[in-house]
Design a protein around this ligand. Structure first.
Ligand code: SF4
Length: 69
């Protein structure tokens, strides 16, 4: 699965980078930076529950998961 980040909605608080540190680094302002360099970073299946939590808790509703794997 892949994580879609709506950059127009993200306000850079960095919550998702704390919940998904394996997938997302953060820049100095708190905005997520995909570690794999992809626009929609791949989420390892083992991290699916964490990714779903990040989607649920993003205060700006800026995250979505795409695909089954
Ligand atoms: S949790 Fe949402 S608003 Fe916060 S940095 Fe991540 S995508 Fe942006």
């Amino acid at each position: 699965m892949r994580l879609h980040i709506d950059w127009t909605a993200c306000d850079g608080r960095g919550l998702c980078t704390e919940l998904l540190p394996e997938t997302l680094d953060r820049d100095p302002w708190g905005f997520p930076v995909p570690r794999d360099g992809a626009r929609e970073p791949a989420v390892h299946p083992d991290l699916a529950a964490h990714a779903e939590r990040a989607v649920r808790l993003c205060p700006s509703l800026a995250l979505r998961l795409r695909g089954a794997k």
